[in-house]
Design a protein around this ligand. Structure first.
Ligand SMILES: NC(=O)c1ccc[n+]([C@@H]2O[C@H](COP(=O)([O-])OP(=O)(O)OC[C@H]3O[C@@H](n4cnc5c(N)ncnc54)[C@H](OP(=O)(O)O)[C@@H]3O)[C@@H](O)[C@H]2O)c1
Length: 211
């Protein structure tokens, strides 16, 4: 199958690693990036669409005249007040795809602790999620709601805490019971996402580093 991929959040810490992984697999991809962040991109084999994901018209432009097989959503924000980047951005993407002739596969990064995976967090994860990143978790909750309602095939990836640095190897996928590790390297999330994309994986994957 010929892939034509677009990445939202391509300039982020995980997004950049996803792009590298797509390149390593010789996959063609376009990116949607904010004007002020274009310089963070090294290269992409497809087009670069500049825009704000909170602006529905900007997002529509990304899909104008081009059909994508896969849409990767690695959107995030350091703004803990929560501007709804993940949920509003995802909704704008799904709305823009309403009339798409070819229905793409969505691959989105959420977080462990969202929805029924709350019970998979240990006490420390629950504390952090409630005290420090409540708005982020709410945003991911809404984001997942939009994805689950969508008619498009979706793979929702729920990683534990993300770490920078080299790969630490295999990823454990577990959707029930507490995960054995609180951390995963961003590079291993990127590799898991691209491998799953190539396998057309759908559903939900709670992931951490395999011990
Ligand atoms: N940190 C953790 O431990 C952890 C754990 C589990 C899940 N997660 C989730 O994993 C995801 C990725 O995290 P990350 O740390 O890799 O994210 P990040 O480095 O903060 O990257 C966020 C990306 O979203 C883009 N973005 C933000 N606002 C935008 C807008 N209005 N329009 C277009 N693009 C916009 C950013 O673009 P700019 O370059 O222009 O800012 C950037 O490319 C997030 O959803 C996060 O909640 C994180």
């Amino acid at each position: 199958m010929n892939r034509n991929i677009i990445v939202f959040g391509a300039t982020g810490k995980t997004g950049q690693l996803i792009c590298k992984e797509l390149e390593r697999n010789e996959l063609t991809y376009s990116v949607f990036v904010r004007e002020q962040s274009i310089s963070k991109m090294s290269s992409s084999s497809g087009k670069t669409v500049s825009g704000n994901v909170l602006n529905a018209d900007d997002v529509k432009l990304a899909f104008d005249g081009e059909s994508f097989s896969d849409v990767i959503i690695a959107l995030g924000s350091k703004d803990l007040k929560g501007a709804g980047i993940r949920s509003v951005g995802t909704k704008n993407i799904l709305d823009a795809l309403n009339n798409a002739k070819i229905k793409p596969h969505i691959h989105a990064i959420s977080a462990l602790g969202v929805g029924e995976s709350w019970s998979q967090l240990n006490w420390f994860g629950k504390l952090i999620s409630n005290l420090l990143i409540k708005s982020t978790m709410n945003d991911h909750n809404k984001q997942e709601g939009y994805l689950k309602k969508s008619a498009l095939p979706c793979h929702i990836i729920r990683p534990v805490g993300l770490k920078d640095g080299d790969s630490k190897g295999e990823v454990l996928v577990q959707n029930e019971g507490p995960l054995p590790s609180n951390a995963i390297q961003r590079v291993d999330v990127a590799r898991f996402l691209v491998k799953s994309l190539l396998e057309n994986k759908t559903g939900v994957s709670g992931i951490c580093q395999k011990k």
